[in-house]
Design a protein around this ligand. Structure first.
Ligand code: 13P
Ligand code: SF4
Length: 350
């Protein structure tokens, strides 16, 4: 676990991180991307961190890959690439910098390392886990193979390198249905997200989709009754749900898609009012680009994603700590499953 007191003391020796109004004003172009959701007071506190990170990034030839669930100060302030899990995996194959700072959760950093074995991949907090990734091991994959002999294993990218290495192909929420549909077998094993699998099963009725019983602690909290109540209290609101939500929730929504699919839908449709049934920062990150859309609740946070902060990013960049390592043999096997997903997605035009 990171000792923040020690980190703060060490950072203070090298950087002036005190709230700075002049710096905040000088960086007004960056603030303009988030001023609907970040208060001027907070920006004055964030600006010195954003400035220090952006300077250090250049000095060290590092690139920041940030998931759509990062907070706006990270998403708009310091990220070089933002995206959903599929986009981040694809972008990781193109990074030219020597160091990748993964602002997201541990399985995302592992995926970047698997795709870039010679690069240094750092994560600002090693404890940024994921309830889905923690729900299954390679032994679980073998158990599913014994139960359904001959069925291919499609593992969500939200898994450890060990699980990816034991799987036939990966998927993300952007391509899961298309990947399942494209496989030649009739029975397909999907792990570890039972809800993503059930949502895919509805979209691909020609396949017999069987699943592992994992779930996302953020999306499993929503219920169909919540959505019906919300519609009744806020008539006319466009409701958009991530496919990690239970199928009963997705059935009540106007649209379901990956985090980038959600951004595209809201950007194209520009509904007057929208409710994003997913992680809280999603709405905040697109609020400024869509001033005509009123984003109304809910705000469920992913405690793992929220472990990543500006302070920890600066520390990782400064100290080089938080390096993600994947055993070479395991990485090679895991790379096959990830690369098959990337190649098939390209082939399918996703
Ligand atoms: P996507 O960004 O791929 O939709 O995934 C959401 C998620 O929960 C990642 O942890
Ligand atoms: Fe994992 Fe859910 Fe958090 Fe995504 S939102 S990292 S799936 S726990």
């Amino acid at each position: 676990m990171l000792d923040l007191t020690d980190i703060r003391a060490e950072l203070a020796k090298h950087y002036d991180l005190a709230p700075n109004q002049a710096l905040a004003d000088a960086m007004g172009d960056i603030y303009a991307r988030m001023d609907r959701v970040v208060t001027p007071f907070d920006w004055v506190r964030y600006a010195p961190y954003v400035a220090a990170i952006n300077t250090l990034k250049k000095q060290k030839n590092a690139a920041i890959l940030a998931h759509n669930y990062m907070t706006p100060d990270i998403y708009h302030g310091v990220a070089d690439v933002v995206g959903d899990s599929l986009q981040l995996a694809i972008e990781a194959t193109k990074v030219e910098a020597d160091i990748i700072i993964q602002c997201g959760v541990h399985f995302m950093a592992e995926t970047s390392k698997i795709l870039n074995p010679t690069k240094t991949v750092l994560i600002p907090d090693m404890d940024a886990g994921c309830s889905l990734a923690e729900s299954i091991t390679a032994a679980g994959i073998e158990e599913m193979r014994r139960r359904y002999p001959g069925a291919p294993v499609v593992s969500y990218v939200n898994t450890t390198a060990e699980v990816k290495a034991a799987s036939d192909i990966c998927c993300t929420s952007s391509n899961a249905a298309q990947i399942v549909a494209a496989l030649p077998q009739d029975t397909i094993i999907m792990t570890p997200d039972q809800y993503l699998a059930q949502n895919v099963a509805k979209m691909v009725p020609q396949k017999n989709v069987v699943w592992w019983e994992g779930s996302c602690i953020v999306h499993e909290q929503y219920t169909a009754q919540d959505i019906r109540d919300f519609r009744e209290w806020n008539p006319g609101t466009r409701i958009i749900a991530h496919p990690e939500c239970p199928p009963s929730v997705v059935a009540e929504a106007d649209y379901s898609g990956s985090t980038s699919g959600i951004i595209k839908y809201v950007t194209d449709e520009k509904p007057q009012r929208a409710m994003l049934v997913t992680e809280c920062s999603m709405a905040s990150n697109i609020a400024d680009a869509l001033p005509e859309v009123d984003f109304i609740g809910p705000c469920n946070m992913c405690p793992y994603m929220k472990k990543i902060t500006l302070e920890k990013i600066l520390w990782t960049l400064h100290s080089g700590t938080g390096e993600v390592q994947v055993d070479a043999e395991m990485a090679q096997k895991a790379r096959l499953a990830v690369q098959r997903m990337i190649d098939l997605s390209r082939q399918l035009g996703i």
